[in-house]
Write a protein that binds this ligand. Structure first.
Ligand code: SF4
Length: 221
């Protein structure tokens, strides 16, 4: 189903963006090489940012070039990424992903764009909708809107998109968030989810309390 992107929705999104930008500041948008982003997002699955970063540092130190990860023994990758957890599964996924890219494009460079790029990323074992959208948005500047657990929760509450699955919310937000705001808005919603809109929300001190439907229902307000 295509979500209707009408003027009212647009105004609401712009307003939320302005409030969050005022609250948290303009987010620092990190742009990595696409394959680094891909490896990093595989490392980040089911772990904290801290553990992901520790694993990434060790991996970078051991394999300064991405090609060398592809050529390495899987046990060496496993050892390097231990802090990220699920290291056997993640090492296998990282190596297979790099091999798949090399086999398909003849080099470690994905030369597709738009939905072809997204669909190719999704075809890689272990790359779900969020990871594919993160790589497409942050490394290629393609207009996708990744939805993690924070954004899923926040979007259903405010609401921006009320859907039962993360994938459905991602489809809707990709449709309705203006392309020029996608990167910053994504980071701002995560910040909101971490600081205020936690599983147990802090509506009474949340900067969105006056325009969030959930806060009006919440007894905490
Ligand atoms: S007002 Fe409450 S439910 Fe709404 S976004 Fe803020 S913390 Fe979340």
């Amino acid at each position: 189903m295509v979500f209707k992107y009408n003027g009212e929705v647009k105004k609401r999104i712009e307003k939320i963006y302005e409030i969050l930008k005022k609250e948290f500041g303009i987010p620092d948008v990190r742009r990595l090489h696409p394959l680094e982003e891909l490896v990093l997002t595989i490392l980040s699955q089911n772990t904290s940012d801290r553990n992901r970063d520790a694993a990434w540092k060790r991996l970078e130190k051991k394999f300064p070039k991405i090609e060398s990860i592809m050529e390495a023994d899987i046990s060496e990758i496993e050892e390097a990424i231990k802090p990220a957890g699920l290291n056997r599964q993640k090492a296998k996924r990282i190596k297979e992903a790099l091999q798949l890219i090399k086999n398909r494009f003849g080099k470690l460079d994905i030369t597709l764009r738009g939905h072809e790029l997204y669909d190719f990323l999704r075809s890689i074992n272990g790359v779900g909708p969020k990871t594919a959208a993160v790589v497409a948005l942050f490394s290629y500047g393609e207009p996708f809107f990744p939805v993690d657990t924070h954004i899923f929760r926040v979007s259903n509450r405010i609401p921006l998109a009320q859907e039962k699955t993360r994938e459905k919310v991602q489809e809707k937000l990709t449709e309705i968030i203006p392309d020029r705001l996608k990167m910053e808005f994504h980071l701002l919603l995560i910040e909101l989810g971490r600081k205020y809109c936690r599983p147990k929300p802090k509506c009474s001190i949340c900067p969105l309390k006056n325009l969030c439907s959930y806060s009006w229902k919440s007894s905490e307000r």
